[in-house]
Design a protein around this ligand. Sequence first.
Ligand SMILES: [Ca+2]
Ligand SMILES: [Ca+2]
Ligand SMILES: [Ca+2]
Ligand SMILES: [Ca+2]
Length: 181
Amino acid sequence: MVAVNYDNDTITLDNATSWTIGDPVSYLYEGNNPDIGAYEYIPEVCDDEIDNDYDGLVDCDDPDCDDPPQIVDGPDKVSNSEELSDNESAPTSVSPVIWAVAWEFEDDYDTNDCCSTAPTVAWDYRTSDNESWVHNTALRFQSYGVAHFDEMDDGDYQFRSSVTDCDNQTTYSTIRYITIE
Ligand SMILES: [Ca+2]
Ligand SMILES: [Ca+2]
Ligand SMILES: [Ca+2]
Ligand SMILES: [Ca+2]
């Protein structure tokens, strides 16, 4: 082996060779200590009851089988149900609301077999003179979370939304500033 390209995951040999699973691979090294050497990377298969990538975690216990949720849009302030229903895939049953914030998320809960429950959505707020967040459950409409502020006092707030998947992996949005008046 004369070169390793870590960007492309390729190795260069000085002559043609054949290689079968389990054969050792050695690599001439420079310096005081050998490199880690070559190893065969096998991705985890999530439903075969085998620890395919040798990290000690099998199938759904392996985080490779369950990515954290992503917030793909928002959170954005919406003032009534019409704004939401202008978007074809958005929730339509949020009225009556005066002030609400909505965000769209993605999660792999419906594409892997490790989880049969949908993520939960939540929102936190705080005022500028208070460091601790007040936590609230949000409403979920398919892949949207919606926070209602019906009972909040007028004022300026910091707001963040979150999505938690079946494995308790929580993704927070960036902090937004909202004014309720
Ligand atoms: Ca497996
Ligand atoms: Ca594994
Ligand atoms: Ca793994
Ligand atoms: Ca997930």
